[in-house]
Design a protein around this ligand. Structure first.
Ligand code: GCU
Length: 674
């Protein structure tokens, strides 16, 4: 991953580090402190190729002094402690004179925070930045930064494209794989502090004593790295593993069962984080089975967890074929009326867009709509609809686009990032989740570049206001090389890559044209499935007049769920930005676009631009050959070739199909190959 710690190549900077770091004093006594010592030893010996002594007393210039603010070497130092006020995880890195010697101090209110500071410091070295005269104060904008594993107990991974689950349930708890430690290191290095071990389509077995022993073993590994464990709770668990005849949240014996279960979990894992719940969605059981609301269900679990400080992350990803409404409206319709009815330790987890992790969606209208309920973000790292782990798609720009979207809640621009990190709410109830793309593949994520999405998620979770270019820069330096040209080429591949996927799969606001169920290749012709919202024709609505889903006031009126002026902007055919045009409007094939082309021509142009862009990525990658090891070079080269072939496949399949409606000639300099 990005913690390879290969020797640095810039001799001048290595010299600078060697004189700035002559010894290391790590003060404290905890498992986290042990982790810090191990990581620093690994990082410095790898990067600098020299063993820097760990010492107990400051005797030389260039000592790194590391510990929490109560550690004896730090407690007497003069610095502004209020800087660390906001969060236990905030850290400070400061150049100071200590005992007459020039030192760099890394401190925090907690050992966890110190570990984050140390990882930040190591990143400075990995990316070859100067470390003198650089004071840093950093604190996370969001309190709970969590990976969601969609991992099943049989080690298959729902929408997982990187092998099987990392969790070897069969051999746990007695066999603890080294990879659990490495996983924790990687997460901690980017500030992720929680992990949901199991799939949202949950299996209740994980809540049985047999599995709780295994969960405990994982939690024990992760704890020193500041990572809490969470589990998915299957709503019908009281019946499936508890022998009750109902899971109705208003029944006393059901409540009692959950209270007892939660106590049992905390006996195994004293710092258990809480539950993630998918209820009454895609066939999962939930409170509506008993004519109770999402709030009734969530509150029952929240009451059981509250005495221990646990939280409930209740998902808003709900839809139902039986409800005859535009699917993108359903979450808002069900959750908005419940605003204010959830317990304090419930957070509603909302996907970035109102449909389902498409290459491009507008932001979810619930952001900005719930005044009294904390909302958390759910991004998807695994590329379910963006070419799996076969296509290169750096997702940070997509997440950034969503985070920067203005909701106009509370009569202010209020970006999505501001809403999910809202300081006026209790800080503890801010959260963000990422559906993990990690498996037991040798390179963890399937595609060597898919690691960048894990990395970017962590960085944006810590600071949702940061930018993708900076994130790509850091990741590429740590993962591949600090060579300036190589970085430039790799960034030029990464930054436009998601937009290219949009172009060759679903340009101009089109969505859900992927093959049925597997969601990989093109299949805009899908119809006659068990659910109308599982067909593609439901979404693109192509006919002889035009294409697109009318969600304006003359159509499904999904736009009514957005605040002004967002609603007006999208409602207007002229003002609606091209990239969301067909999401919100059914548009005539002859409609004149801002480019001067007709809609049909623009579609041809976009699909072809996607293909050209992938070809360009291939050229850029070829230029990195001298700087990248052969194995990864060849892996990426082959994957890019597949991506190119499949971009062509997408272009041809979609355009040839849509042409049966538009009845217009292809536009542009290409001939469909298929
Ligand atoms: C998508 C995905 C499912 C998943 C669901 C969810 O629909 O295809 O596999 O279970 O999202 O987020 O719950």
């Amino acid at each position: 991953l990005w913690l390879k710690y290969d020797p640095l190549t810039d001799r001048a900077i290595v010299k600078h580090y060697q004189s700035s770091i002559t010894s290391i004093l790590v003060d404290g006594n905890s498992e986290t402190i042990d982790v810090i010592k191990r990581e620093l030893a690994m990082a410095t010996s790898g990067l600098l190729q020299s063993k820097i002594p760990f010492i107990n007393r400051i005797e030389k210039n260039g000592t790194l002094v590391i510990g929490n603010i109560n550690a004896s070497s730090i407690a007497s130092l003069q610095f502004d402690r209020s800087l660390l006020q906001k969060s236990e995880e905030a850290y400070l890195i400061k150049n100071m004179i200590v005992k007459g010697k020039r030192c760099i101090v890394i401190t925090s209110r907690s050992d966890r925070g110190v570990l984050y500071g140390v990882f930040y410091f190591i990143r400075l070295l990995q990316t070859q930045q100067r470390i003198d005269g650089r004071d840093v104060v950093n604190s996370p904008a969001i309190a709970n930064r969590i990976l969601n594993h969609w991992d099943n107990l049989d080690r298959t991974v729902e929408r997982g494209y990187a092998g099987f689950s990392l969790w070897d349930w069969h051999r746990l708890p007695a066999y603890v794989d080294q990879r659990y430690h490495d996983y924790a290191r990687a997460n901690s290095s980017i500030g992720i502090n929680g992990t949901v071990l199991t799939n949202v389509n949950a299996n209740a077995q994980v809540l049985t004593p047999f599995y709780l022993e295994k969960v405990k073993a994982l939690a024990d590994v992760f704890r020193p790295y500041g990572i809490k464990v969470y589990l998915t709770a299957r709503f019908s668990a009281p019946m499936e593993i508890g022998g009750l005849s109902t899971a109705d949240p208003s029944e006393k014996n059901v409540q009692q069962w959950w209270n007892d279960k939660v106590k049992e979990i905390y006996r195994h894992v004293p710092d258990f984080g809480g539950f993630l719940v998918k209820a009454n969605s895609e066939g999962q059981p939930g409170p509506q089975n008993y004519k109770r609301t999402h709030a009734d269900g969530a509150n029952m679990l929240a009451d059981a967890l509250a005495p221990f400080g646990g939280i409930v992350m209740w998902r808003a990803f709900v839809y139902d074929n039986e409800v005859p409404v535009d699917r993108t409206k359903q979450a808002y319709n069900e959750f908005k009326p419940l605003d204010g009815l959830f317990r304090k330790n419930v957070i509603v987890q909302v996907k970035n867009g109102p449909l389902d992790f498409q290459p491009r969606e507008p932001f979810h209208p619930l952001f900005g709509a719930m005044e009294k309920t904390p909302l958390m973000m759910e991004f998807q790292l695994t590329q379910e609809y963006l070419g799996f782990a076969t296509h290169l798609a750096f997702l940070s720009p997509m997440w950034e686009e969503c985070l920067k979207s203005k909701t106009f809640a509370h009569d202010k621009p209020s970006t999505v990032a501001e809403i999910i990190s809202d300081e006026s709410r209790q800080y503890q109830s801010t959260a963000i989740a990422g559906v993990a793309n990690i498996g037991n593949d040798r390179n963890w994520c399937g595609h060597p570049f898919a690691q960048s999405n894990w990395y970017a998620f962590g960085r944006l979770a810590w600071d949702p206001f940061s930018n993708s270019s900076q994130i790509a820069d850091e990741w590429a330096r740590m993962t591949f090389s600090n060579d300036q040209n190589t970085i430039q080429n790799i960034k030029s591949m990464m930054l436009p890559s998601r937009e290219l996927v949009v172009s060759y799969m679903t340009p101009l606001g089109l969505h859900h044209l992927m093959g049925w169920n597997h969601h990989y290749g093109p299949a805009p012709w899908i119809k006659d499935k068990p659910r109308v919202d599982w067909t593609s024709v439901y979404y693109h609505r192509a006919d002889s007049m035009g294409i697109g889903f009318n969600r304006t006031s003359t159509g499904s009126n999904a736009l009514e769920q957005y605040q002004q002026p967002v609603r007006d902007l999208y409602e207007s055919l002229d003002k609606c930005p091209d990239e969301l045009l067909l999401w919100f409007h059914h548009v005539s094939w002859n409609h004149k676009m801002t480019s001067g082309r007709t809609l049909w021509e623009e579609m041809c142009y976009k699909y072809q631009a996607g293909v050209i862009g992938v070809n360009n990525m291939k050229t850029l990658w070829d230029k990195t050959r001298a700087q990248v090891d052969e194995e990864r070079y060849n892996a990426v080269k082959q994957l890019l070739e597949i991506q190119y072939q499949e971009a062509v496949w997408w272009r041809d399949a979609c355009l040839l199909y849509f042409q049966t409606f538009s009845k217009k000639p292809m536009y542009g300099d290409f001939k469909p190959a298929h």
